[in-house]
Write a protein that binds this ligand. Structure first.
Ligand SMILES: [Zn+2]
Length: 165
C-alpha cells in the first residue's frame, strides 16, 4: 500500500487545528538527496518555530525521474557520489511518499498511521499517556496527517517549485 501527499492532505482535513500553516516555522537548512537507482528524492530540512527548538523533517518521494542532462522538466540538481543528476519535480498527486519528523506530535499522532500505509521513514512509537493525565489517544480514528513541520516544509517546497501540484 502507498499514499501520495494529496491523499495525506485529504485525510488531514479531519484534524481541526492541523490544516493551517504556522507562519513562525521556517527552514534553517535544506538538503536534497537523490537515490537514482531506486528513483527516490529526499528533502531533509531542519525546521524551527517560535519555541527555538529545531526538528529534523524528511519528505521522500518515490518513482522520481532522474537524468544526467538538465532540461525544462528535470531541473533539481542532486549530487550522487560526486556526479550530478537532475530530478523532475515530484507531483503531489502522483508520486507516493514517505515522511518523518523528530517532533512529538509526529511521533505520537501520525507515525503509526503512516507506517500502516507504508508512508513512514523508520519506526513508530506507541502513544503513551502522561501519568495522571486524562487525555486520551491523540488520533483515535487513525487518520493520516502531517505535523506542522512537514506541512511547512511541503508548503515551502511548493513555493520553491520543487513540487508540482
Ligand atoms: Zn514535526
Amino acid at each position: 500500500m502507498a499514499v501520495t501527499l494529496e491523499g495525506v492532505l485529504h485525510d488531514m482535513s479531519f484534524f481541526r487545528d492541523a490544516t493551517k500553516l504556522d507562519p513562525t516555522i521556517r527552514i534553517l537548512s535544506l538538503k536534497v538527496d537523490g537515490w537514482v537507482g531506486v528513483k527516490q528524492l529526499v528533502f531533509r530540512a531542519q525546521m524551527q518555530g517560535k519555541s527555538q527548538t529545531s526538528y529534523l523533517t524528511y519528505i521522500m518521494f518515490n518513482q522520481v525521474d532522474f537524468q544526467e542532462e538538465k532540461d525544462d522538466t528535470h531541473d533539481i540538481p542532486v549530487d550522487v557520489d560526486g556526479k550530478v543528476f537532475y530530478a523532475a519535480a515530484p507531483d503531489l498527486r502522483k508520486n507516493t511518499i514517505r515522511l518523518k519528523c523528530s517532533c512529538a506530535d509526529f511521533r505520537f499522532r501520525f507515525a503509526k498511521e503512516l507506517y500502516d500505509v507504508g508512508a513512514l521513514i523508520g519506526n513508530w512509537q506507541r502513544y503513551v499517556p502522561v501519568p495522571g493525565s486524562a487525555r486520551g489517544p491523540v488520533n483515535p480514528e487513525h487518520r493520516l496527517g502531517l505535523c506542522k513541520h512537514c506541512y511547512s516544509l511541503l508548503t515551502n517546497l511548493e513555493r520553491m517549485d520543487y513540487i508540482t501540484e
